[in-house]
Structure formats: structure tokens, C-alpha cells
Design a protein around this ligand. Structure first.
Ligand code: SF4
Ligand code: FES
Length: 273
């Protein structure tokens, strides 16, 4: 999986062929609406929106909310791929609305001319594009996501020291913004909501790789459970959609390799009792 940051740059004239690139116009945006008190299931509502070159999908939702449907519900905060709260499904692909641009869906720019926005329905939908994050948070908490040390240092001992090489071992896995896109992408999560899933597994692996931590044995008890890391079939789509290049699929495969050792140790200690 690539670890290079993805840049959102305008396509060049050569990439676009001889066609003129569109910088503004009108486009139809369909939003899947769901109001729990009234609706059995989500339903589509289409809006005609005037777009400009720098308009993100989040901006477009803002236009709909400000001018047309003040009750439309969706989450956002930072507008810059940091808070992780604007995850949704755009034309079937899990994406952050703040870093996805309307211009890329316009036919003159190589798009289909259609934008359909829905909630991440691998989670229970609460209203419109808002989903219940509690199951995800519980999974993160379940992997003991903190340093567990055999020799905890007193404050007077000052900080734990670590070399750049030790940091590099796990740094990639610290970049997660908890956007849940990987859970929406994961076919196993779709089949079994109890599966620990990509981000929580990557988080456990992040601490297991940390030179200051001695908690791997504790975490592997959880990772080795039926709904732990083993249901992952390495489809890898979770890593493809991850906006921060965390590569949760890679983390799970590495954790599986380590897990075999812990599983064997466990078995051996049970047999010798
Ligand atoms: S691993 Fe990537 S896709 Fe999954 S929650 Fe973290 S940042 Fe989002
Ligand atoms: S609004 Fe914060 S990640 Fe999109």
C-alpha cells in the first residue's frame, strides 16, 4: 500500500485531452435522507446546485442546508481532513466530504455528472448522513489503546526516550483520524458488525510495536478472539479508502503473523498445566 500523501491537484490540459475544463456550472446532487421518526428506510432527494471550482462536497451540503433544507443532518468540524467527522458514501465510495470536490464529478472534467451522497450504512443511521459512532468507539477502547509498561516511570524520571528508528516502526499507525471510512469499506464489517475491524486492529498494532509498551500479550487475548483480527480476508479496500494512509490491512496481516506466536505460547502453557 502506498504511504505517499494523496494530493488534490487540478488535472492538466494534457490529462484532460483537448476538452476545456469546467470551472463552474450546475449539477444535480442526490442526498439520501433518513428521519428516524418518519422513515422506514433512507430515501433520495435531489437538488440542483450551482458549483464553483473550489466547492467541496461538504460545501455543497452547506449550500443545501443553508438555502434549501435547514433540517439536513451531517457531521463536520475541521474542513481539512483532520477531525474525521465528515465521512460519508459518495457515489458508492467511502470518502471525506471536506476533501472531495464537486468539480471531479462534472462530465467535462471526466466525471459522471451524478453525485449521490449517503450515510456510512455499515453503522446504524441516526439521521440523514449521521451514523452512530458508539460501536466504533467501543472497538477502539477494547484494544487497551495506551502504553502498558512493566516498569512505569515516575514523573520525576521524566519522559520515556525513543529513537527515530523505534518511532518509525509504528508512526504510520498513529495517523488515524477515526473517520471510520475503513469500516464502511470492509466487507467483513458489513457481514458481521461485531468484527473488530480495520482501525481498531491497526491501533492495537500501533501500541504492540511501540518500544515503550509491554502490553502485547494483553492485547492479543482480545485480537485472538473469534471477532478479533482473524475474520479479515485481506481484501485491502480499507487501506485504499483511508485518507491518512494508515494501511490498516497491512497492520492486520502483521498482527496475524505476531498473533500466531502468542496463540502457540497460550496453547503450550495450557497443555503444560
Ligand atoms: S484507519 Fe484510515 S480510514 Fe480507518 S478510521 Fe483511521 S484514518 Fe479513517
Ligand atoms: S470536516 Fe474534519 S475531516 Fe472533514
Amino acid at each position: 500500500m502506498s504511504s505517499q500523501p494523496k494530493m488534490h491537484k487540478p488535472r492538466s490540459q494534457t490529462e484532460m485531452g483537448t476538452k476545456q475544463m469546467a470551472h463552474s456550472g450546475h449539477i444535480k446532487i442526490t442526498v439520501m435522507r433518513y428521519r428516524p421518526a418518519q422513515d422506514d428506510k433512507p430515501w433520495p432527494e435531489t437538488f440542483d446546485i450551482a458549483w464553483t471550482y473550489d466547492m467541496s462536497i461538504l460545501d455543497a451540503l452547506g449550500v443545501i442546508k443553508d438555502d434549501l433544507r435547514p433540517e439536513l443532518a451531517y457531521r463536520w468540524s475541521c474542513r481539512m481532513e483532520v477531525c474525521g467527522s465528515c465521512g460519508m458514501v459518495i457515489n458508492g465510495v467511502p470518502k471525506l466530504a471536506c476533501s472531495t470536490f464537486v468539480r471531479d464529478y462534472v462530465p467535462q472534467n471526466g466525471g459522471t455528472g451524478e453525485i449521490v451522497i449517503g450515510a456510512m450504512d455499515n453503522f446504524p443511521i441516526e439521521k440523514d448522513l449521521i451514523v452512530d459512532t458508539q460501536p466504533f468507539i467501543e472497538k477502539l477502547e477494547s484494544v487497551s489503546p495506551y502504553i502498558i509498561s512493566k516498569n512505569p516511570r515516575a514523573l520525576s524520571d521524566k519522559e520515556y526516550l525513543q529513537t527515530p528508528k523505534q518511532l518509525a516502526k509504528y508512526k504510520k499507525y498513529t495517523m488515524c483520524i477515526n473517520c471510520m471510512l475503513c469500516y464502511q469499506a470492509c466487507p467483513q464489517v458489513g457481514l458481521n458488525a461485531d468484527f473488530l475491524g480495520p482501525a481498531a486492529s491497526a491501533l492495537a498494532h500501533r501500541y504492540n510495536l511501540d518500544s515503550r509498551d509491554d502490553g502485547a500479550k494483553i492485547r492479543f487475548k482480545m485480537l485472538n478472539e473469534e471477532d478479533g483480527i482473524w475474520p479479515c480476508t485481506f481484501v485491502g479496500y480499507c487501506s485504499e479508502v483511508c485518507p491518512k494512509h494508515v494501511d490498516p490491512a497491512g497492520a492486520i496481516q502483521q498482527a496475524k503473523a505476531q498473533g500466531v506466536g502468542y496463540w502457540a505460547m497460550d496453547l503450550f502453557s495450557k497443555d503444560s498445566q
